[in-house]
Design a protein around this ligand. Structure first.
Ligand SMILES: [Fe+2]
Length: 308
């Protein structure tokens, strides 16, 4: 049985020292938001308690679905790279970027590209099991083969104007995603898609949506997948994408460092166990949430998904 832990949106703090010229962009808004509000809502002790709890269960793999940092400062990428190394070896941790990791337009290699060891990809055309780190944002989605499970990492991280927090998969990536999911489906693997933004609309927050979520859903509908995991909403979520054969569960977790506040959930992460079940999959889900004292995590719910 393959086990996977999923967390999202750690929003690691505190912010490193900032130079004035680094704030002459959309960053000034994010900096004010962090200083006035967010630094009290997303706190290191909660993130540390989560990491400790997660390590105790020793999952086979960990998925981090973006927004590791806040306003994409060079010092934040440093900090995040160190933090990722504390979670596990790069072959046991997968990362997709979120909108806060692409807060302003920057060079890939100096920013998100630093996490490329956590975003390696197998070359499905050659059937080679050897994985190469992504060389740029145009190489998403990545595919990491782990036993019967294929982790498919989609990037929705694109710089957006001030006041916007949306994301886009893009036509090129959607085409590649369709091809890769189809190929993995033929191999009979359990396809777990990792994506920061949820694949549904939010009429109250259009500026935070995945702009092409209908096209993403059509891609999943036609090519198939067994599970979609996301972050971004800072809330727990369980929805589905309808497919000809049934549906694909879509599951979101709150922000990993959240103490819980007006309308947003306190920190949770999920533990998954995947097992073949006849022609399909049995996926057991355990929801681990931070306790009221914010110093440890406990099981809040368990449920099982039968995926045809
Ligand atoms: Fe976030």
């Amino acid at each position: 049985m393959f086990t996977l832990a999923h967390l999202s949106d750690p929003h690691i703090g505190p912010l490193p020292p900032v130079r004035l010229e680094e704030l002459l962009s959309k960053r000034i808004l994010g900096f004010l938001s962090w200083s006035l509000r967010r630094r009290r809502l997303y706190i290191t002790p909660v993130l540390e308690a989560l990491a400790k709890d997660m390590a105790q269960a020793a999952p086979d793999h960990i998925a981090v679905t973006g927004d590791i940092i806040n306003i994409s400062l060079p010092g934040e990428f440093e900090h995040a790279t160190r933090w990722l190394s504390t979670l596990g070896e790069p072959d046991k941790v997968s990362v997709v970027p979120g909108n806060h990791d692409a807060y302003v337009a920057q060079d890939w290699r100096a920013t998100i590209g630093r996490w490329a060891p956590y975003m390696t990809t197998a070359d499905l055309r050659n059937g080679a099991s050897h994985e190469q780190p992504l060389a740029g944002e145009n190489e998403f989605p990545f595919v990491r083969l782990r036993g019967d499970v294929a982790l498919v990492g989609v990037s929705t991280a694109v710089p957006t104007p001030p006041g916007f927090a949306g994301g886009t998969v893009g036509e090129r990536q959607l085409g590649a995603l369709r091809d890769k999911l189809t190929a993995l489906g033929r191999k009979g693997l359990c396809r777990v898609v990792l994506i920061h933004h949820p694949p549904f609309g939010d009429p109250r927050h259009r500026r935070k949506e995945l702009t092409d979520y209908p096209a993403f859903c059509r891609c999943i509908e036609s090519a198939g997948a067994e599970l979609v995991l996301h972050g971004h909403t800072h809330k727990s979520g369980l929805t589905k994408i309808l497919t000809p054969g049934g549906h694909v569960p879509v599951i979101g977790v709150p922000a990993a460092a959240a103490r819980g506040h007006g309308g947003k959930d306190y920190s949770r992460y999920h533990r998954y166990r995947f097992a073949r079940d006849g022609e399909g999959w049995r996926i057991e889900v355990e929801v681990r949430g931070v306790t009221p004292k914010l110093d440890r995590f406990s099981t809040e719910a368990t449920f099982t998904l039968a995926v045809p």
